[in-house]
Design a protein around this ligand. Structure first.
Ligand SMILES: Nc1ncnc2c1ncn2[C@@H]1O[C@H](COP(=O)(O)OP(=O)(O)O)[C@@H](O)[C@H]1O
Ligand SMILES: [Mg+2]
Length: 309
């Protein structure tokens, strides 16, 4: 593991009692110096969490990396986060150091009404972050769900209730199948990682069509919180051109922060750690910290709008 500058790892892992470290960690994540009641409150008792999913039907675009590092960054500002691994590949589970062989119950049991998310959640090395693991059974769940009643509402019923978390973040599988549909019906908002490559915009229009359809019938409130450009390589002209096109088309929906291609982000999961802990100073980890600030800023706007309405 690449060092622990400024004791940040100790902060995350709950080893340090040092108030100085804590203040450093918190202030580095806060979006501004203004009092920020929304993010300052931590959810120790059960209340309605904010529900987000990280989605894109393409594989390998950075969904899991985004879900893990964003969740970690939210925990760094005192939030309690539940990451739900809805992908049968289970990369979010193993990337957070949870061994698949040790899993007793998984999201599969939740989808089939055999367990509550709180029973299945496993604590991780990140203080405040728990994961609902994926399991190999999830691969067959889609077919099994087809004959079940309310098959699109399974996840919604499990998470739209008071829970001891501030955020529930769902890591979606790389397809627009019934599992992903469960995520779209269950959550309030989507974060869409987009890799800057030739077919990116085409894939995105497919995704937005699906979102429109879900909105019409199953979940009228579903929204895209933002699109994050991932694996950006500034030296690559195509990457720059696609980034420009996406920004032209989607405007403010695209986060200012983009995630660079960075080897530390791909190394971290093999240590069972988020990159933000594995090597906090790496450009990839720093980018995710910046992204988290933007996400928190947008969450604050949504919170204010809901308060006024
Ligand atoms: N910005 C990045 N730079 C370098 N490697 C990355 C980056 N983001 C993700 N990766 C690596 O690319 C692969 C796919 O990323 P992942 O987050 O698993 O995508 P998805 O969940 O969309 O399939 C993984 O091996 C991951 O470690
Ligand atoms: Mg994934």
């Amino acid at each position: 593991m690449a060092g622990d500058p400024s004791g940040f790892l100790a902060f995350f892992c709950g080893k340090a009692q040092d108030g100085g470290i804590r203040r450093f960690a918190l202030s580095s994540f806060l979006p501004s110096q203004k009092p920020f009641k929304f993010i300052a409150m931590s959810n120790n008792s059960a209340s309605m969490p904010r529900l987000l999913a990280v989605a894109n039907q393409k594989g390998g675009v950075g969904k899991t990396t985004t879900a893990i590092n964003l969740s970690t960054a939210l925990c760094a500002v005192g939030k309690k986060v539940l990451l739900i691994d809805l992908d049968p590949q289970g990369n979010a589970t193993t990337g957070l150091g949870v061994k698949r062989s040790e899993i007793q119950k998984s999201i599969y049991d939740v989808l089939f009404d055999e367990a509550e998310v709180t029973e299945v959640a496993v604590p991780t090395k990140v203080r405040g972050l728990s994961v609902v693991p994926s399991s190999i059974h999830l691969a067959g769940a889609e077919i099994e769900l087809v004959t079940e009643q309310y098959r699109e509402y399974r996840l919604r019923n499990a998470i739209r209730k008071p829970l001891p978390y501030d955020y529930v973040i769902v890591d979606c599988p790389p397809s627009l199948n019934l599992l992903t549909l469960n995520a779209f019906v269950g959550v309030e908002s989507l974060i869409v990682p987009l890799q800057c490559e030739f077919y990116a915009l085409e894939g995105l229009s497919h995704l937005t069509k699906t979102i429109r359809r879900v909105r019409k019938s199953l979940n009228p409130d579903l929204d895209i919180q933002g699109i994050v450009l991932t694996m950006v390589d500034r030296r690559n002209n195509l990457s720059a051109q696609v980034a420009e096109d996406v920004r032209k088309f989607f405007g403010d929906k695209v986060y200012q922060t983009h995630i660079p291609r960075n080897v530390r982000l791909s190394e971290a999961p093999s240590y069972g750690l988020p990159a933000i802990i594995y090597d906090m100073k790496s450009p990839g980890a720093q980018a995710y910290i910046q992204l988290a600030k933007e996400v928190i800023g947008r969450e604050r706007e949504i919170f204010e709008q809901q308060r006024v309405a």
